[in-house]
Design a protein around this ligand. Structure first.
Ligand code: ATP
Ligand code: MG
Length: 418
């Protein structure tokens, strides 16, 4: 990518209508663009970050046997009536729309109902189970407040997985396997150390807890009590002596923290499968309930969480695993040799599959440095007349000082560190 060809621009000042730090930084750096409150477009750099997060999640869901599919956004009213979730008095954040003939449709806010309804076509024997299916797609929710940038959108990206098991113990296995996959996702995103599996309300139809994945942050809407040694937490909403005892947590070991829910997993028992008539026949020809679980990850919320957590007074600081590019390449001045050497290095990096943004604009060095920092690209590489033709300057986004290297050393360093 060459800056001279990118249509996006960085902004010096914060947009007047944003209060959330994640949105301010992402807009200023040219990663997202606000369409209205709670709805953001992803610009090329932001789209890359989103895609990198999606890819990590996809790999981990595939690794446990998840089968990816893509459901429709438009949903029919009758399946939601079967589970009693159509009524606005029951689910208060629906977006709904109508066909020309007046038939009401739902705009997908989650997909338990349509997925269960669809699986009736494919699941009928014990041989068809167990099963995980998942998708990564936009969800629509008429949230009351949407002032937290990507943390709470009215249109946002979610990974939602659903598990279908024959018995409670088979369900428990799937549930824990998915929980382990979640841990790996958050580790790979660089937030594993501050993300806690947190016991929370399981809903009115189950005695069990649900599990939220909560990332510590002072801007978090949730309050949780954390046991840092056990790496477990409990949501304030269910913080009672009885629940602490059930979880084996001790009051004295817990600290109160604010956190952002980056994902959650729910035991659904057979609430949705029974209601929508999804059953299987066991080895003895007997009709049995299907035990379900659902597993959400806030994909676009994670873009916001990473922007919120990994930033300093100069701008964003992306973890390498999700950064839109690894190198921000800068030529200082337009000296013929410098431009030639920079072009060569740009091509070499690309040939090694290292993603580069080359700031080839005719701009002041200070402007280029400021953009490199604002965009939060892990490595900044500078070529200039002063450095001479054999030397490049490398500075990591998080380091105080730069170092001088030969171009070959630079490539080696980046490929081995990336
Ligand atoms: P919250 O309590 O934050 O509203 P939720 O309980 O409604 O979340 P789910 O419906 O289970 O969450 O959605 C799964 C995941 O999707 C959540 O853990 C969260 O990370 C993310 N998410 C939920 N609502 C939003 C939203 N409005 N904008 C962005 N991400 C969201
Ligand atoms: Mg919600």
């Amino acid at each position: 990518m060459k800056r001279s060809q990118m249509f996006t621009k960085t902004l010096r000042d914060a947009p007047a209508d944003e209060v959330a730090r994640n949105a301010v930084l992402l807009i200023r750096a040219g990663f997202i663009s606000k369409q209205m409150a709670g709805a953001y477009a992803y610009l090329p750099l932001g789209k890359r970050v989103l895609d990198n997060i999606v890819q990590i999640i996809r790999e981990e869901m595939d690794a446990v046997g998840g089968q990816e599919l893509l459901m429709t956004t438009l949903q029919s009213r009758d399946i939601w009536e079967k589970t009693n979730r159509w009524d606005d008095a029951v689910v208060d954040n629906w977006f709904k729309t109508k066909l020309k003939n007046g038939t009401e449709l739902g705009v997908g806010l989650t997909h338990e109902e349509p997925i269960v309804d669809m699986l009736r076509l494919y699941v009928d024997s014990y041989k068809d189970l167990p099963l995980y299916v998942y998708q990564i797609a936009s969800k629509f929710r008429n949230e009351l407040r949407a002032k937290s940038g990507l943390l709470r959108g009215r249109e946002f990206m979610m990974k939602d997985m659903y598990s279908f098991a024959r018995t409670q113990s088979e369900h428990d296995e799937l549930y824990e396997k998915a929980a382990d996959a979640y841990t790996r996702v958050y580790d790979r995103l660089g937030i594993g150390d501050r993300t806690y599996r947190t016991a929370a309300d399981g809903g009115y139809f189950t005695e069990r807890f649900s599990d939220e994945y909560q990332t510590l942050s002072k801007v978090g809407e949730d309050t949780i009590y954390v046991d840092k040694t056990k790496k477990l937490a409990i949501n304030k909403e269910i913080y009672t002596d009885e629940n602490l005892a059930k979880l084996g947590l001790v009051k004295e070991d817990l600290v109160e923290e604010h956190a952002i829910e980056v994902g959650n997993i729910f035991p659904l028992e057979s609430k949705y499968s029974d209601a929508l008539d999804l059953y299987y026949t066991d080895e003895n020809g007997k009709k049995q309930s299907v035990i379900m679980g659902c597993y959400g990850i806030g994909v676009s919320r994670l873009v916001g969480v990473l922007a919120e957590l990994f930033a300093d007074d100069k701008g964003l600081v992306w973890p390498k695993a999700v950064a839109p590019a690894q190198v921000y390449l800068i030529n200082i001045g337009n000296d013929e040799n410098v431009v030639k050497n920079t072009t060569e290095l740009y091509e070499k990096l690309k040939a090694k599959n290292i993603e580069v943004v080359w700031d080839d604009r005719d701009a002041r060095p200070g402007e280029k440095f400021a953009d490199a920092d604002l965009m939060g690209i892990p490595y900044r590489v500078v070529l200039s007349e002063k450095l001479g033709s054999d030397t490049v300057e490398l500075k990591s986004r998080t380091a105080e000082n730069a170092e001088l290297l030969l171009p070959e050393q630079l490539i080696k360093k980046i490929t081995t560190n990336a």
